[in-house]
Design a binder for this molecule. Structure first.
Ligand code: 26Q
Length: 804
């Protein structure tokens, strides 16, 4: 650990700008200063990284590998400075050099290598593993284009390519000497060898090079640096000079290969089988497994029969579940294992995390596609399926009738979740309710078959980024009040409860929220030109746009309030600023219409002088990790209003709670666990419960049309959507969609309760002391949602690994 003085740090910045750019600090651009500081941090990181690798090499602990198609790591400069105990010094040094630190940090193009919660969870997990000294690493893909950049034009979402590698990315290290060759397609020939064993040869295959780019994952002030390895697809160089006529063909082919790591697919929930997506998945899996086995052997292990003693692989949703048949292939075809031995090792190595119950989001791939692209893997999947179904038939006759629902291959499709369950020793959900739903409903046959295999691991978030880094003022006040041990033991945040009557503390927490709101108001003004009232309630919904997340319910509430104010401009309501951030999958028409609706309401409301600024609506474009870092510390009210049973966990709910927001939410996902901690008086709950949602689905009792006709407020809103809002805009498609689907996410059904609960919010907010003490209670209980707790649970009950 280094203890730099401000002067030393300033000197280093000078030196780096000189050597890298031959410039004085005063002449250097913000970009160049950013690169200079990154270089300073990188020198430190490289030393610790080498030390950590040596430590692992010597002690040879069991390692965990987190396989994920997404890692939403966010900006790394600030967090790396913080983790190296250099952030304060760096801030002061920059200020002394006449620079605004935030101006430098925002030079970093934050890599959008994930869609949302699942990708951000992977990043929080890496942070917790390194910070708690667990030997755990990530494997993913280095997409050349991350998730699209969102621009709002004329109220509509448009998508632009996110080319995040436009400048050099200072945190990655290319390792061409460790590249791995991957084989796709071809035809398989089977030979019987003299000893009776089988040999598989491939003809007309496609070769792809997986080139690693390593990103350091820096532990919090503990000198541990783990590795996130992202694979980039490159072509192998042509082996011999090309015939002229083959030349263009060859270039075209190289281009196709590079496309494998070309871009991240958006989560469009009802994805048809996309050829390139499955290539990406196999590419990740094949490269990572080869690397894992290579490392296992390099560590002096020569008996792959013992792989699971040194290696455990967590697969992040089904996306990397081809790893299961791929490990089978390696063990049998390359290492000479029998089926039974290979299966034993494989099923002791993999653990699978499920992140959704939405059946349309469960991955299925057409069999002919897998057969064509991965012929040998298809043979193996087939055999896994045969043996699995036979096993049920003979050993579990009570489940015979369920075989069609359980078969890995059914209706000419490979069901990836079924493959993942059968091939893993552990299956986990991401919040208590979600895990119960998996066990009792969505995967109940599998739970009957393998009752011990299912377990819950409630999600978490890294409190280092989501509190310490993004909200330094609040962090300081907390440390002054209960001392700073909470940074290492976030559960100690509960000590704040002893200060619940501490008026000066509540006042300073209130002031800090106010300052954060002021800063966000500036961001909002810069981004949209909208001036918002910092005294108003900052009511925030930030997440991917999905029907089940019900941004539409939020909009209905806004439309209702606006209609009320139009009828009665002196109506006494607490001023509110509704803040949205959301990307819609490019092909998700309904979601995009909701974005247009939000922007239309913003246009109308923000320019209507008759409502005296009591309402403002803000849609912040291109919601991503760095924008989240500005919004979350400034949030008063966190909108977690999914249709009960649909949100597996949610993690934004935890981030906002940790920053003192109160939640308005349904009893869904982790909201339930938030409620259990803070108790019902410190959270605003409303709406149908999960059982009621299931009941209405099965009974068909709910009639959306009746709801529309009986509640006059809904009638008015719906008719406005159909006929045009205040003379102008129409949203007929939303109107017809709600009625023709019988309001399948219960927007209209939950409306009345939602509005009533929002009225409670309005009342409580008027009593500053009451609001602030609820806020403190939320902060105090948020330590449970540190991903440190989550990772400890994975480590002890799934991975069986110790920290070093
Ligand atoms: C799949 C196939 C083809 C293309 C895209 C996809 C795809 C990509 C991403 C499908 C799903 C995702 C992402 C899902 C996700 O983020 N789920 C969220 O995971 C969080 C972490 O567990 C939970 O908190 C959220 O409740 C859950 O919605």
């Amino acid at each position: 650990m280094t203890n730099w003085t401000v002067e030393e740090f300033m000197e280093d910045i000078r030196k780096e700008t000189e050597t890298q750019f031959q410039k004085e600090v005063s002449e250097a651009s913000h970009q160049e200063i950013y690169f200079a500081i990154s270089a300073i941090v990188n020198h430190q990181i490289d030393k610790d990284w080498e030390k950590t690798n040596k430590l692992y090499k010597n002690k040879k602990p069991k390692q965990v590998y987190y396989l994920s198609m997404e890692f939403l790591i966010g900006g790394l400069l600030k967090s790396n400075l913080l983790h190296h105990q250099m952030l304060d010094v760096c801030n002061t040094a920059l200020e002394k050099l006449g620079l605004e630190p935030e101006e430098i940090y925002k030079q970093e193009h934050d890599p959008g290598l994930g869609n949302g919660g699942l990708g951000r969870l992977a990043a929080c997990f890496l942070d917790s593993m390194a910070s708690m000294r667990y030997p755990g690493h990530g494997f993913g893909i280095r997409y050349r284009y991350g998730l699209f950049e969102q621009r709002i034009i004329n109220g509509y979402q448009t998508e632009l390519p996110d080319y995040w590698l436009d400048n050099e990315y200072p945190w990655e290290r290319r390792k061409p000497e460790e590249a791995i060759e991957i084989i796709f397609g071809g035809t398989v020939h089977m030979h019987k060898k003299y000893d009776g064993s089988l040999e598989f040869n491939y003809e007309n295959t496609d070769k792809v090079l997986a080139v690693p780019y390593d990103i350091p994952i820096v532990g919090y002030q503990n000198q541990i640096v783990n590795t996130l390895r992202l694979w980039s697809a490159e072509h192998t160089s042509a082996e011999s000079p090309l015939e002229f006529k083959d030349y263009y063909h060859e270039i075209d082919h190289q281009h196709t290969i590079e496309q494998i790591s070309g871009f991240l697919y958006p989560d469009d929930s009802s994805h048809e089988g996309k050829h390139l997506r499955i290539k990406q998945q196999y590419f990740l899996v094949a490269a990572s497994l080869k690397q894992i086995i290579r490392e296992f052997k390099n560590n002096g292990n020569n008996d792959l029969q013992k792989l699971h003693e040194k290696v455990v692989i967590q697969i992040n949703d089904t996306h990397p579940s081809l790893a299961i048949p791929e490990l089978m292939r390696i063990l049998m075809d390359e290492e000479g294992f029998s089926w039974d031995n290979a299966w034993m090792v494989t099923t002791k190595t993999f653990a699978y995390t499920n992140h959704t119950i939405m059946s349309e989001a469960l991955e299925k791939w057409p069999t002919d596609m897998i057969q064509h692209l991965l012929p040998r893997l298809y043979m193996i999947i087939n055999e896994i399926n045969e043996r699995f179904c036979q096993g049920i038939w003979f050993d579990h006759p009570e489940l015979r009738l369920e075989i069609p629902k359980m078969a890995i291959i059914a209706d000419n499709q490979v069901h990836m979740a079924r493959l993942a369950i059968v091939g893993s020793f552990s299956v986990n959900g991401v919040a208590k309710l979600h895990t119960e739903i998996l066990k009792q409903q969505e995967m109940k046959e599998f739970h009957q078959l393998y009752p011990g295999r299912f377990q819950n691991k409630t999600n978490g978030i890294t409190h280092r980024r989501w509190l310490l880094m993004v909200n330094p003022r609040l962090s300081d006040v907390i440390s002054e009040t209960i001392n700073d041990r909470w940074i290492y033991r976030p559960r100690e945040l509960t000590h704040l409860l002893r200060h619940i009557h501490d008026k000066p503390l509540l006042t300073s927490i209130g002031k800090i929220k106010q300052q954060n709101k002021q800063e966000l108001a500036n961001v909002i003004y810069r981004m949209t030109g909208i001036k918002v009232d910092e005294q108003s309630i900052f009511d925030v919904q930030i997440k991917r746009l999905h029907e089940y997340k019900r941004q539409l319910l939020n909009v209905f509430h806004i439309m209702y309030l606006y209609n009320e104010l139009k009828d009665n401009p002196t109506l006494d309501i607490t001023p509110r600023t509704f803040i949205f951030g959301a990307k819609a999958a490019p092909s998700y028409y309904f979601a995009k219409e909701v974005i247009k609706l939000i922007n239309t309401m913003a246009e109308i409301i923000n320019h209507d002088p008759t409502i005296h600024d009591k309402l403002k609506v803000v849609f912040l474009e291109n919601y991503n990790v760095s924008l989240a870092e500005k919004i979350i510390p400034a949030t008063d009210l966190s909108e977690q209003i999914s249709t009960a049973s649909k949100e597996a966990s949610g993690t934004g709910n935890m981030k906002m709670m940790m920053n003192g927001a109160l939640t308005i939410g349904t009893l869904d996902g982790a909201n339930i666990e938030i409620k259990n901690l803070v108790n019902e008086s410190n959270i605003f709950l409303f709406g149908l419960r999960a059982e009621e949602v299931y009941h209405y689905y099965h009974s068909g009792e709910y009639q959306a049309y009746e709801e529309y006709q009986t509640d006059e407020r809904i009638t008015q809103i719906m008719n406005q959507l159909r006929d045009g809002l205040y003379g102008y805009y129409e949203f007929k498609d939303i109107y017809y969609h709600l009625l023709s689907t019988n309001d399948s996410y219960f927007v209209m059904k939950d409306f009345a309760d939602y509005v009533e609960t929002q009225q409670c919010v309005d009342q409580v907010y008027r009593n500053k002391d009451e609001w602030l003490s609820k806020s403190l209670i939320n902060i105090a209980h948020s330590g449970k949602f540190s991903s440190d707790r989550t990772i400890k649970e994975y480590a002890s009950s799934i991975w069986k690994i110790d920290n070093i």
